[in-house]
Structure formats: C-alpha cells, structure tokens
Design a protein. Sequence first.
Length: 202
Amino acid sequence: MAFTIASDSGALIVSLSDVKQHLRVEIADDDALITALIHAAREKIENYCNIALTAKTVHEFFDVFPAMTVQRPNAEFYLKVNRVESVTSIQYYEDVESDTLTTIDSADYILDNASQYARVAPRIGVKWPLEDGRINGVKIIYEAGYSDVADIPAPIIQSAKLMISDWYERREDRFYQMQSTGFILPRVSEMLLKPYRIYQWS
C-alpha cells in the first residue's frame, strides 16, 4: 500500500493571533516563524495520530483487491489516511495490455468511516472485479480531514499550542531518549493526543 496527497488545503488549524496570545507575543517580527511552527505542529499531529486534520485529496494504491477471509469477511480495503469524509472513485487496471483505468460504479461499494479504521467494502451481493495483477494496480481516491478546522477537537488544538510554545522557546535541536513510538512530543501534548491516535492497520 502506498498513498500520495494530491491536494491539501494547507489551512492553519489554529490562527496566528490565537497562538501569539498563547505565547504572549505582541510584535509582528516573528509572524512568519510562528506560522511555520503552526504548520509543523499540524504535520506532527497528523503523523503521530495517523489522521488528516486539514482537508486533503488522497490517492491510495493497492496491488490487488482484498479477498474474503476470516480476518476480512467483507473483503474490505483499510485506508491509510484516517478521518475520511468520502470516496471519490475506485479504479483499476482490467487488462494487462492496456494502461486505461476502469472505474467501479460507486453504487457497488460502501464507505465505513464510523469505525476507527476507515474501510471500503463491496455492497452485499457484489464482488470486487479481477485486476491484472500489476503493482499499484488499484487506485482509491478519497477526501479526508476536517472541511472546517473549527471542528477540530479542542485537545488537539491545545496540544498544537503546547508544541509550538516548546519549539518557539527552545530553537536549538535537542537530544531526547527515543521512545518506542519513534515520536517525541511534549509529555502533556502526547497525553492530549492519545485518545485521537489511530494505530496503523497492517
């Protein structure tokens, strides 16, 4: 599985004025720096929690359609980027001698974005088609993230402010004992984010 972010709204998850108030900064000299830190905090949270915060169009690729198994009785795809809003299309290469993608009728599959892991499955009575077996031969295009950043939960926003404050006050790189997660966050930020973290489906 691989994915690319085809587009990203790039919206600030918290306003510059709110962050400056949190930092008790009144001058405009560091506006560009603080804005960059807001973007960095958002990316850090997205990577740690495995969710999209800003609105994104994602192209995710699979080698084959999932088979029906005990572990996957619904033959569902599990999507990598969570907080999925909608699926735009599912396409696949039907013929090994052609580079033309075939689009599956949207009435033939359903999106489950209520579960912890967003997943796409064929409707009852429908089976996935046969692909030609090439690498990344199945492509799912979907929309993820909050369409309105005002809907992002308050603990996530607070964690971003704490990270920004930490980076703003200490501008040099520092050595940390690496955690098993591979992510280094201020302790309170980590606690705030844990309820929103989705561990990757393998």
